[in-house]
Design a protein around this ligand. Structure first.
Ligand SMILES: [Zn+2]
Length: 122
């Protein structure tokens, strides 16, 4: 078990699990949204399944356009993430995983990097 405070890396391929009630979630929260416990551990996301895909053309400053996104269900959590340009097409039911490191958003104030979703090949 790792302490959330000691391990706030916010990696895109990592999710959170409450040790007290086993609730799982994706985006960083200091306490469990179900029971309020601050005893939290992280776990790595492996292979997920695409629920839906979309393309956003009106993107925030510093985000690629068009921005291809997929909503995918991983072990206990749903994740909305950018799809790698190398992926020709994803559809509901396809298996995906996070890979590599990309500039996800770049502005004068910040550069956000992280993995994008790619087709999972086992
Ligand atoms: Zn909990």
């Amino acid at each position: 078990m790792t302490s959330l405070r000691a391990d706030r890396t916010d990696r895109a391929d990592r999710a959170y699990r409450c040790v007290e009630c086993t609730h799982r979630w994706y985006y960083t929260k200091p306490i469990c949204p179900e029971c309020g416990s601050d005893t939290i551990e992280t776990y790595d996301l492996d292979v997920g399944t695409v629920a839906s895909v979309t393309v956003i053309h009106a993107t925030p400053d510093g985000v690629r356009s068009p921005n291809r996104l997929a909503l995918a269900r991983f072990d206990g959590v749903g994740v909305l993430a950018q799809v790698a340009d190398s992926v020709d097409r994803l559809a509901a039911g396809d298996e995906v995983r996070f890979a590599d490191n990309y500039v996800l958003r770049e502005t004068d104030a910040e550069v956000i990097t992280g993995p994008r979703l790619v087709a999972a090949r086992r």
